[in-house]
Design a protein around this ligand. Structure first.
Ligand code: ZN
Length: 352
């Protein structure tokens, strides 16, 4: 622990992210671990409060994707120890309850289970983090914090698991034709994951060429840059017609949902993994019901996927860390938010 306190990121309102000295994170419960953060990042979902948070709301600690070194552990922690490099997923879970055993760690029934947003005094865009339920939440990494694999391993905390969950929730397999809506990090991870599951055709809908180029590298077989009716028509005109079996919605805004409705094939599925910025959307006769369209997805149980997806990163089969196109330290985080909001950066890696 250093100086007058750890430095962390607070968001005060739309467009107002500040680095501040905050009280030192300390062990509070015997199941906690204290992590010295070595790699963190800014998430596309962080841009939602960045774009809309009201100044009268209390400042919020930011960041839910991080890798670090265990600095201290509570007396009941057994799976990690001081000095271990670890990755934390974006949800805190015990890894033992009925939902965790079913691989749905984001619905963990433990009273301390939470998303990082729900931990007002902690956040991953900081020098140190208190991790509740450390045995369930943290996964030890087999590489050092300086490893070149760290950017890819950092994607296990959220975006890779989220893209993979989108594909699995949509039941993607070798016979599936897929449309991925959104060329942000999650959309690109969905492309990578659907490719890994053998999808026959992967259409990426996105209009930023450097991103869709990476999408092609990850396995997209076609790119549609147009949006709305024009974009829908372009997908429906593709060989096979009638849209695609699975549509992964990786944006979170209503127009993307409407676009998904437009390109999903009758009898098939829309899988949503971006945090929806709407509560009301068409589900009636003229939208989902008429053609037996199913709606799947939700917050990805990233914790469930970490052990499953890590080997492919370690052996170089996949390189999801390519989504990071900018690096900064804590002081550069406010500019990192703005660059992501302006679409100048795809995803910003933060080394506190
Ligand atoms: Zn649980």
């Amino acid at each position: 622990m250093q100086g007058p306190g750890d430095r962390g990121k607070d968001i005060y309102g739309a467009g107002d992210v500040r680095i501040e000295n905050v009280p030192d994170s300390v062990i509070k419960h015997p199941t906690d671990a204290l992590i010295r953060t070595t790699a963190s990042c800014i998430c596309g979902s962080d841009l939602h409060p960045y774009g809309s948070m009201k100044p009268e709301d209390r400042p919020a600690r930011m960041g839910h994707e991080f890798i670090g070194i265990v600095e201290d552990t509570g007396t009941e922690v057994t799976t990690v120890k001081r000095g271990d490099p670890v990755v934390a997923p974006f949800a805190i879970s015990d890894n033992t309850c009925a939902f965790c055993r079913e691989g749905l760690h984001t619905s963990c029934a433990h009273p301390q289970a939470n998303f990082w947003d729900g931990e007002p005094e902690e956040g991953g865009q900081a020098e140190a983090v208190r991790v509740p339920l450390a045995d369930g939440t943290l996964v030890k990494l087999p590489v050092a914090p300086a490893s070149s694999l760290i950017p890819s391993l950092l994607t296990l905390s959220d975006v890779l698991g989220t893209g993979y969950h989108a594909a699995v929730a949509g039941s993607v397999n070798e016979r599936t034709r897929v449309t991925v809506i959104g060329d942000g990090a999650v959309g690109l991870m969905a492309v990578l994951s659907t490719k890994g599951l053998g999808a026959e055709q992967i259409i990426l809908m996105g209009c930023h060429q450097e991103r869709t180029d990476l999408g092609r590298e990850f396995g997209a077989t076609g790119i549609v840059a147009a949006r709305g009716e024009e974009g829908i028509a372009a997908v429906r005109d593709l060989p096979g017609g009638h849209g695609t079996h699975v549509v992964i919605e990786a944006v979170g805004h209503l127009p993307a949902y409407d676009q998904a409705l437009g390109v999903v094939r009758p009898g098939d599925v829309i899988s949503r993994v971006a945090v929806p910025q709407y509560e009301k959307a068409p589900i009636g006769f003229g939208s989902l019901f008429r053609h037996n369209i199913r709606l799947a997805g939700g917050p990805a149980p990233a914790r469930a996927c970490i052990e499953e997806l890590m080997p492919a990163i370690l052996d170089g089969t996949i390189e999801p860390g390519k989504v990071f196109d900018a690096n900064t330290n804590l002081d550069g985080v406010p500019a990192g938010y703005q660059d992501m909001a302006d679409r100048k950066s795809l995803k910003v890696l933060v080394k506190p």
